[in-house]
Design a protein around this ligand. Structure first.
Ligand code: FAD
Ligand code: FMN
Length: 546
């Protein structure tokens, strides 16, 4: 179980480093004291002392020279292209090597999925390269107190300091940092803001990684999978799932013009008391449709009940196959049960916003059943909405989502979302109701009111109890004109400004394509880029979009 434990704020390692350096200097001074074998003053230095002093000055000059050289522009050091031409560039800036490692992994993952990828250090990227490259993924760390890594200083001086127009560039940023520092992922955010100001289009929102957090890296991988259009890209690190139980599943929108949406109620393992906060995510371990596993076993002439060891655990062959990428029968013909289990690669995880709070007694998800182009159900949504039967074990892990944590109850909250995005917003509303916070404004959009008004009973109850000061619904297929949440927001511009004057935060959850950029555009048009950027910096404008 991923019970939440408040981690105490650690002292930044820069501060620790400075304190250690000062202690070292003090120790050195004390160690030199015995060298004063004459009276303290005036005491002419001995020749040996002159030699030590000269060596110290020379080493200091050499170290400074080396650091200066490192920050000077260098001729580009092109890494061998991972693919052929370069429609996608992975650019990295690293102080101690982690960003470089993740950039290499990112490039290898995408190249493995068939994309043409090039890998370059950020120091070797200039404005002309950015203008000529259609898609760039930046993997950058932060050092010092919110500073860029040393090797990126030339890029900061020569490129970031200049106003550049990059309207044709699509980008994404993986920002490495440590939440113990005041300026968490500072350089990643500066780069992201600069790219947005230059007119570049985000492929998806910046992904923050606190201390190498594996969950955040899997979230980055989720986006790489969508980018490469390979839904079964394996996870970089295995997920420590817990066995939850699917208690109930209800289809919320039979007859809808959109894809079917299901409300799932899940129970934790016995004796477990999981805790989570509004905005947190459930990582799910999908399983293959039972029919696909049975068909493979029948072709191979193997038994589902055969005992094997898979992923270090004893399982039946059927169980092992249900959680793995199914190999083509021809590739594994003639192997025995254990040999087959040894070849298996685990299926990748899927992420779903948690729609409920622990005080409601159980974890709820709102999942849209997706279809692949060949008509098969999506890997994760197919498992949750179709193949898992009530009572089934669901592999689940709760992932913290600090970037979508609730604001203080006294702060007014504007919640904007569409479709299954209401899941994350519902958890926030539930938490606000529990905290007695009444200044909530929900803007929700879907297709038809009579089919797609998910969680209608809760929303109407909260409205009648005074926990929803304002509710705007945009059902796009109900009227003659297509109306979406962004239009509702635009039409309420005066109210929005008044709420922001009162200190409100804006939380957006739902579609990355369509809704989120349109809402962003309305905010920028209504409030101006400056205020929107200010809200982002203050953490008063947050998004969880997919
Ligand atoms: C932070 C986060 C929270 C999420 N919360 C929810 C939620 O509350 N409810 C919910 O239903 N989904 C949510 N998702 C999306 C979910 O993780 C899966 O991407 C989705 O269920 C499709 O996965 P699949 O395995 O069923 O489909 P796949 O097997 O991956 O693919 C099936 C088809 O769906 C398309 N597809 C996959 N993902 C997307 C996408 N994100 N947008 C558009 N098309 C897509 C693919 O191109 C393919 O054609 C969330 C995603 C993230 C990153
Ligand atoms: C001296 C030092 C200063 C750091 N300063 C910050 C900081 O200001 N903000 C932050 O989010 N992370 C900070 N970090 C954490 C790093 O960004 C994080 O460890 C990252 O994973 C390192 O990646 P790299 O190896 O690619 O440089 C600092 C780390 C060190 C060692």
């Amino acid at each position: 179980m991923n019970a939440k434990v408040e981690t105490p704020r650690r002292m930044p390692s820069a501060t620790i480093g400075n304190v250690l350096a000062l202690l070292g200097l003090l120790a050195l001074a004390l160690a030199f004291l015995p060298l004063h074998d004459h009276a303290w003053w005036p005491a002419p230095p001995l020749p040996a002392h002159w030699a030590w002093a000269a060596a110290a000055v020379a080493s200091y000059a050499a170290a400074s020279g080396w650091l200066l050289r490192r920050s000077r522009p260098r001729p580009p050091r092109e890494r061998p292209a991972v693919g052929g031409d370069a429609p996608l560039l992975v650019a990295w800036a690293s102080q101690t090597g982690f960003a470089e490692e993740l950039a290499e992994r990112t490039a290898a993952t995408l190249a493995g999925a068939g994309l043409d990828v090039r890998l370059r250090e950020l120091a070797d990227v200039d404005a002309a390269t950015l203008a000529a490259t259609p898609r760039v993924l930046f993997v950058v760390s932060t050092t010092g107190e919110g500073d860029p890594p040393d090797p990126a200083l030339a890029f900061v001086r020569d490129v970031l300091a200049m106003p550049v127009a990059l309207p044709a560039l699509e980008f994404a940023v993986l920002a490495l940092g440590d939440r113990g520092y005041e300026c968490f992922c500072g350089f990643g955010h500066s780069l992201d803001q600069w790219l947005r100001r230059a007119g570049a289009k985000p492929l998806f929102d910046l992904v923050e990684v606190d201390n190498g957090d594996a969950g955040a890296l899997r979230h980055w991988q989720h986006h790489l999978g969508l980018l490469a259009q390979v839904p079964e890209l394996p996870d970089w690190s295995p997920v420590a799932y817990e066995p939850w139980r699917l208690r109930e599943r209800i289809e919320l929108n039979p007859g809808s013009a959109g894809g079917p949406v299901f409300d799932l109620a899940l129970e934790p393992p016995a004796q477990a008391h999981p805790a989570w906060q509004a905005g947190d995510i459930a990582e799910i371990g999908p399983r293959n449709p039972p029919g696909a596993v049975e068909a493979l076993l029948a072709v191979l002439g193997l038994q589902a009940e055969s005992a094997v060891t898979s992923g270090g655990r004893p399982r039946t062959l059927g169980e092992a196959l249900s959680r793995a990428r199914l190999p083509a029968a021809a590739d594994v013909a003639g192997v025995d049960a254990q040999a087959l289990a040894d070849t298996l690669e685990p299926l990748p995880h899927r992420e779903y916003s948690i729609a409920s709070m622990p005080h409601e007694g159980g974890l709820r998800l709102l999942v849209r059943h997706m279809r692949r182009p060949d008509g098969r159900g999506g890997l994760g949504s197919g498992w949750l909405c179709e193949h898992a039967t009530p009572g089934a074990t669901i592999d689940l892990r709760i992932r913290d989502n600090p970037n979508f944590r609730p604001p203080a109850p006294r702060r007014p909250l504007v919640l904007v979302g569409n479709g299954t995005g209401i899941a994350g917003l519902r958890a926030h509303l539930s938490a606000r109701v529990q905290a007695g916070a009444r200044r909530n404004w929900l803007l929700f959009g879907e297709r038809n009111r009579d089919r797609d008004f998910h969680y209608r009973a809760d929303i109407e109850r909260w409205r009648s109890e005074g926990f929803l000061e304002r509710l705007d619904l945009a059902f796009s297929r109900d009227g003659d004109e297509r109306r979406y949440v962004q239009h509702a927001l635009r039409d309420a511009a005066g109210t929005l400004r008044a709420w922001l004057d009162d200190g409100a935060a804006i939380f957006v959850c739902g579609s990355l394509q369509g809704m989120a950029p349109e809402v962003d555009a309305v905010l920028r048009k209504t409030l101006g880029d400056g205020l929107v950027e200010q809200l982002l910096i203050e953490g008063r404008y947050r998004r969880d979009v997919y």
